[in-house]
Design a protein around this ligand. Structure first.
Ligand code: KG4
Ligand code: ZN
Length: 347
């Protein structure tokens, strides 16, 4: 990537339940601080009102630590980037208003970033290990708690969603299945851990019949629920006895559904670079299987380091850099939006 003048960008992410700030010099990350809100665990999901209050408490210390870790002072910055949406309104407002105030106080350009675009662009961060950056066009499977998308990234970083879920997101399928098994939120990481001790072929679930490149996960959720109900009737300790097998089989089914459509998309668009993004890309089976798919389809596979998979401000920073280079700045009157009608939106 051509990075004229290597601008210093302060990026802020507050779309859901992680308060994060990062400082980037060009496409390199100098600091990336994430404060995850533990308060939601006992409620089995994110409570929006609590999330915005936590962001208010965290935002100043998180930005402060990010600047200090980067060894950068406010007057050295070139621009401020923040997540405009999609996300929870109360949470987004905290990051947006903080970014606006700072940009006004310092007289710096403001950059509004689409959170889903940022997950995809995390692959363009240059790490110290000299990672090979993806070449365009690229297909990215973006899987998070709220989204499941196959995104075609074209020359100039313009994006098109070529497949999406018609109901639940992949992360939601993990989280909801975890909830019915009595596991704490977020369930994805725990299912991944328990699955490592289980048999992925112990139970099988029907593959959803959805046309084109779209996904559906509501059927899987229902058949998982019915399996538990039916088998618990005959054996009340079924769930405890077979928890690892249940987790392994569910994880197998979700990865299988995701990669079947992704394989189809790779054939349709004939790309040579493929990628995985979003919180669910931390899943060990999905990471392994996409590598196998890359070998089978002769594609370069790009999987970001774990710290750039779940929500973080470094990805907002790299998306901000690309907009900075294109001269796409936000007006001070910019307001957050909970969902984009047209992806990827105009920032
Ligand atoms: O991208 P993200 O951090 O937040 C959203 O924008 O949604 O994704 C969070 C989602 C949650 O549903 C969580 O259960 C899932 O990512 N997740 C995982 C794993 N780690 C996080 N799902 C499966 N396996 C994992 N290892
Ligand atoms: Zn996310």
């Amino acid at each position: 990537m051509n990075v004229p003048g290597n601008p210093l960008i302060l990026a802020i992410e507050s779309s859901c339940d992680d308060t994060s700030a990062a400082v980037l010099r060009g496409n390199r990350v100098l600091s990336n601080v994430v404060s995850s809100q533990e308060i939601h665990r006992k409620y089995g999901g994110v409570v929006p009102e609590l999330a915005s209050r936590e962001h208010q408490k965290n935002i100043v210390p998180v930005v402060d630590v990010a600047l200090r870790e980067a060894g950068v002072t406010l007057n050295q910055l070139s621009a401020i980037a923040f997540t405009k949406g999609p996300g929870l309104m109360g949470s987004l407002l905290v990051g947006c208003n903080f970014a606006k105030s700072l940009s006004m106080a310092l007289g710096l350009p403001l950059i509004a970033v689409n959170h889903m675009e940022a997950h995809v662009l995390a692959h363009f961060i240059q790490n110290d290990d000299g990672n090979a950056l993806p070449e365009l066009p690229m297909l990215c499977l973006t899987v998070s708690g709220g989204h499941t998308q196959i995104v075609l990234v074209k020359e100039g970083y313009s994006m098109e969603v070529v497949g999406t879920t018609i109901d639940d997101a992949a992360g939601e399928a993990f989280d909801k299945a975890a909830k019915v098994m009595g596991l704490p939120y977020p369930g994805g990481p725990l299912i991944d851990k328990l699955a490592s001790e289980g048999d992925p072929h112990a139970f099988s679930f029907p593959v959803p019949q959805v046309p084109g490149l779209n996904y559906s996960f509501s059927g899987l959720k229902t058949s998982f629920l019915y399996l538990l109900r039916d088998r618990t009737e005959g054996n009340p300790s079924f769930m405890e006895e077979r928890r690892n097998d249940l987790c392994a089989s569910l994880q197998y089914a979700i990865a299988d559904i995701l990669l079947r459509k992704f394989r189809k998309a790779i054939s349709m668009y004939e790309v040579k670079h493929i990628a995985l993004a979003g919180g669910v890309s931390a899943n060990s089976r999905l990471r392994k299987e996409i590598e196998r798919l890359g070998e089978e389809m002769s594609c370069f596979v790009h999987v970001p380091p774990m710290k750039y998979c779940t929500d973080n401000a470094a990805m907002v920073g790299i998306a901000g850099l690309i907009r900075y280079q294109k001269g796409e700045f936000a007006d001070i009157a910019v307001r957050p939006i909970t969902r984009y009608e047209n992806f990827p939106g105009t920032g």
